[in-house]
Each structure stands twice: as structure tokens, then as C-alpha cells.
Ligand binder design. Structure first.
Ligand code: KIV
Ligand code: ZN
Length: 519
């Protein structure tokens, strides 16, 4: 086994996760995710790839300023300008880490980099030495390590550790490795790289064959002591190792792995939901640990067993991962205090104004729905207590639709004290509503993604809609919930419209400041 029985959790949701097509988040959303990651005890937060864009640079700066306990990493290719950008972005970090990478497989060296093996070793060593000028904590990743020649890989690893790398990461960049093979690679590295004891071995697996979690766990069995992963497993192509799955596998089978992590597991469902909300990526109901069905028992035999003794069919207690389950919590007669208390139990603290809004929505919902579950409350808070100030809100909605007629809608939106109404037709009722909203707001949104999920079970359940909309090249996500799915769809779209308005306002203010128009 490795040097320590603690496995470090390196979260790359904000870098590799955000690289997933359609998963981009704005600054505020990234900060919220970073704060949640810090709160849940992640050891290292990879906050972005600073040289790649101003947005990435700014996010790394903000996360670096915020994080107190977690180290903050910035990614860099093995070139000076990338390392300079990472160093600059990490200046305010209490625990900065520069993460440099360079491909070492024959395919990448010949076709992508067009460099000889000797040149690659030299570039890697120079990059690590250069990064060391700015940070004591330097991680090196030989990209596509699992398809690299092993003897060459040992040579690169030995050289970069000698140059000062404190962590060496072994990426299965294209998700090609098999668990046994990948575990063996870690063992071989430990046995063939003479100075490996001076660095932590990290693993970074992609899910192209659905094996990223299995590969990461096999590597831990063989001595890896850092896992790179993302919340909900989001990431390039099929995604990365899912954080909730590896963390809970290590915890549930501590008897087998003999290691622990510093993750506060009760935060898992909350963080998962937050990332889903901000990326617009809906969590599959059967997703391990965080899916809506992860702790639901349908068969009579299972239900009977769980009622008699939960461990008959449950290897994890739902509350251990903050899974709020389907507990009936509130009804028509519950008051404002009861709502506040229940939200507090769910770790949701609202100010008075936010609580008023949430309570109004709760009352409306409890009129329509006999039973209000924790999931309903969470959806209300996500939907109603938006962090952005709403410019537009839904006044009323009339929809005429059927199998033989073209859908027609009348949408009334409120903006401050004023109301605006538009009529529209469309391919379907949702499309018609979006045409009407665009006509009123003057924004032209292109719907990129639309997903709907039932918040709880039953015919009176709320539908939660997530949309991703392109407004003039800005991709923005929106969420809305209601017992009426058309209304939920309009609310989700309006949430995206309001975020767009907030971003435009912030930009104008920034320009005004730049041109000396504002203090
Ligand atoms: O998948 C990969 O190889 C990476 C590296 C940059 C670590 O993301
Ligand atoms: Zn990756």
C-alpha cells in the first residue's frame, strides 16, 4: 500500500467537468460549486485552465481567493505562457498547485506534438522546474499515460519527480484501460520509478468504456493516493470518474480498501443537485448514490425486508449521503415556521424575503398537491429563490393545444409594475410559449437542450424543467418547477432570460467603470 491511508480527492468539475459539451457555467455558478466543494472537504479543487480564456482565468482567481482549506489547482500545458497564466491566477491562493501536463504516448507524441521521446522528457522537466519557481506544489500529468510505453513512462516520471513534481498523475485520457491492467500499471510504476516515494500517485480516469470508477478503485488498491474526479461524473465525452461513487465505494467498503477520504458524505446529494442545476445535466434516476431511485425499493419482498431491517437491501443509509428521500414533510396546514425549520434540516437557510417567496410558492403547491415532499421544497427553493434578481416573471399563461390544431398561447409577463402580453403559435405549446417570451423580452434565445424530470412520484407530482439556451453566443441554463409542465417550461426559460439580463447588466457596469462612468 501507499504512504498513507488517506486518499486525496482532487475535484476537477470546474475544469475537466466543465469541458463537457454544453456544461459551461458562469462565474457565479462556478463560485457556488467551489464553495460547496470546499464545504464538503475536497482536498484539491481544480478551478480551471487559466490560459484558455479570460473566464477560466477569472474563475481560478476567484476560487483561489475563496478557498481556505482546499488547495486550488490551475491547469497548464508544458509551456511558459500557460504556467505564467496559472501562477498569476493562483497568486491569492493559500495553497496553490500548478498542474502541468504533456502527452507521453507514441500516438500523441508523433501525431499531436511531433516531438521525439528525448524532447518530451526535456520539455516536461523544464516545465516542472519552471512551475516550481511559482509554487511548491506541482503536479505533473503524462497525458494518455495508460497507452504510453511503460519504460518511457517510468523515465518521464523519474525525471519530473527529480525536477520537483510532488504529485504524478496517471491519466487514462481516453478511457481505454481495464481495471486489472490499470492497477498493475500503478504497481509497476511503484516498482520501477526509483524516486516514486517522493510523490503522491494520482489517478485520472475517463468513462468511455464505463470503467472510470472501477479503474480508479483498482488503482487505489495498488497504492494510488489521489483520485481525480467530478461531481455526477461530468466531463469530456463520456465523462470522468464520478466523485460520489468513488467516495462512497471507499467508505462503504473500508474493510476492503483500508483507506479513507476527508469528504463529508452528507453533502453529496446537495452538491450533486447544485452541479446538475448549474450545468442543466439531469441526473439519471438510476444513477448510483445520487439518482432519484438510488434508495427506492419497488418489489414487495424488498420493501418488506427494508421495513424489518434496512440493511437487508441497503448498503448505504440514504441520510449518510444527504439523500432526503421521499419523506412526507409538510401539508396544507403547515405554517411559515414549519417551513423554515424543515428547510433548515435540509441545510437550506433563507433570509426573510426569500422565505416569504418560498412560503408563497409552498402554499400554492400545497393547494394543488396533497403531500409536499422534501424534493418539492428543494425544487421550490431552486426555482423561486433565484440568486439573480428577476427582471421578468410569469404573470399568466393561456395555452390552446390538441392533436389536430396548431398550438396557440397567450403569455403575460411582468417586469416591475408593468405587464406585457404576447400571442404566438409554434411547433408545440412549449415552443409557442418561448416565441411569445422572446417577442416580449426582445431577446432571441435558441433552445439547445430541454430536460424534464418528475420531482416526486404520483400524478400530482411537480415537473422540474431544465433548459440550456443560447442568447447571442452566451449559453445559459435555467430551471423551473411547477405541477403544470408548460408553466415549468416557461419558468425555466425565464430563469435563463433573467440570468442573461443580469449578465448584460454586470457587463454594462464593468464597461462603465472601465470608461470612468461609474465609481
Ligand atoms: O484526461 C486527461 O489526460 C487530462 C489531463 C489534462 C490530466 O484531463
Ligand atoms: Zn481528463
Amino acid at each position: 500500500m501507499g504512504k498513507t491511508d488517506k486518499v486525496l480527492i482532487f475535484d476537477t468539475t470546474l475544469r475537466d467537468g466543465e469541458q463537457a459539451p454544453g456544461a459551461s457555467m458562469n462565474q457565479r455558478e462556478k463560485m457556488e460549486v467551489a464553495q460547496a466543494l470546499e464545504r464538503m472537504g475536497v482536498d484539491i479543487i481544480e478551478a480551471g485552465f487559466p490560459v484558455i480564456s479570460k473566464g477560466d482565468f477569472d474563475s481560478v482567481v476567484s476560487v483561489a481567493r475563496m478557498a481556505k482549506k482546499a488547495s486550488v489547482a490551475g491547469l497548464a500545458r508544458s509551456v511558459k505562457k500557460d504556467i505564467d497564466a496559472a501562477a498569476q491566477a493562483l497568486k491569492a491562493a493559500r495553497h496553490p498547485r500548478i498542474h502541468v501536463f504533456l502527452a507521453t504516448s507514441k500516438i500523441h507524441m508523433e501525431h499531436k506534438l511531433r516531438k521525439s521521446p528525448d524532447e518530451i522528457v526535456q520539455i516536461a522537466v523544464d516545465a516542472v522546474k519552471y512551475a516550481k519557481k511559482f509554487a511548491a506544489d506541482v503536479e505533473f500529468s503524462p497525458e494518455d499515460a495508460s497507452r504510453s510505453d511503460k519504460i518511457f513512462l517510468y523515465r518521464v516520471l523519474e525525471a519530473v519527480i527529480k525536477a520537483g513534481a510532488t504529485t504524478v498523475n496517471i491519466p487514462d485520457t481516453v478511457g481505454y484501460a481495464m481495471p486489472e491492467q490499470y492497477g498493475q500499471l500503478i504497481l509497476d510504476i511503484r516498482n520501477n520509478v526509483p524516486n516514486i516515494g517522493k510523490a503522491v500517485i494520482s489517478v485520472h480516469c475517463h468513462d468511455d468504456l464505463g470503467l472510470s470508477v472501477a479503474n480508479s478503485l483498482a488503482a487505489v488498491r495498488c497504492g494510488a493516493r489521489q483520485i481525480e474526479c467530478t461531481v455526477n461524473g461530468i466531463g469530456e465525452r463520456a465523462g470522468n470518474t464520478s466523485m460520489e461513487e468513488v467516495v462512497m465505494a471507499l467508505r462503504t467498503r473500508q474493510d476492503y480498501f483500508g483507506v479513507s477520504t476527508g469528504i463529508k458524505a452528507q453533502e453529496i446529494c446537495r452538491v450533486s443537485r447544485l452541479v446538475s442545476k448549474h450545468t442543466g445535466f439531469v441526473i439519471a434516476p438510476n444513477k448510483a448514490i445520487v439518482g432519484a431511485n438510488a434508495f427506492r425499493h419497488e418489489s414487495g419482498i424488498h420493501q418488506d425486508g427494508v421495513l424489518k431491517e434496512p440493511t437487508t437491501y441497503e448498503i448505504i443509509r440514504p441520510e449518510d449521503v444527504g439523500f432526503t428521500g421521499v419523506g412526507l414533510v409538510m401539508g396544507k396546514h403547515s405554517g411559515r415556521h414549519a417551513l423554515k425549520a424543515r428547510l433548515k434540516q435540509l441545510n437550506i437557510e433563507l433570509n426573510d424575503q426569500e422565505l416569504d417567496k418560498a412560503f408563497g410558492r409552498f402554499k400554492d403547491l400545497s393547494d394543488k398537491k396533497k403531500e409536499v415532499f422534501d424534493e418539492d421544497l428543494i425544487a421550490i427553493v431552486a426555482d423561486e429563490v433565484q440568486e439573480v434578481k428577476d427582471v421578468w416573471s410569469l404573470g399568466s399563461l393561456v395555452v390552446t393545444s390538441g392533436t389536430a390544431i396548431k398550438p396557440k398561447v397567450e403569455v403575460c409577463l411582468k417586469c416591475g409594475a408593468k405587464s406585457f402580453t404576447a400571442n404566438a403559435t409554434g411547433d408545440g405549446p412549449v415552443d409557442a410559449c418561448y416565441v411569445a417570451v422572446d417577442a416580449i423580452t426582445g431577446l432571441k434565445g435558441k433552445l439547445l437542450n430541454y430536460g424534464i424530470q418528475s420531482v416526486t412520484e404520483g400524478q400530482d407530482a411537480q415537473g422540474e424543467v431544465r433548459v440550456r439556451v443560447d442568447f447571442d453566443g452566451d449559453e445559459i441554463t435555467g430551471v423551473g418547477a411547477s405541477t403544470d409542465v408548460i408553466e415549468a417550461s416557461v419558468k425555466a426559460y425565464l430563469n435563463a432570460v433573467n440570468k442573461k439580463c443580469a449578465a448584460a447588466k454586470a457587463k454594462t457596469r464593468k464597461n462603465d467603470i472601465a470608461f470612468g462612468l461609474q465609481p
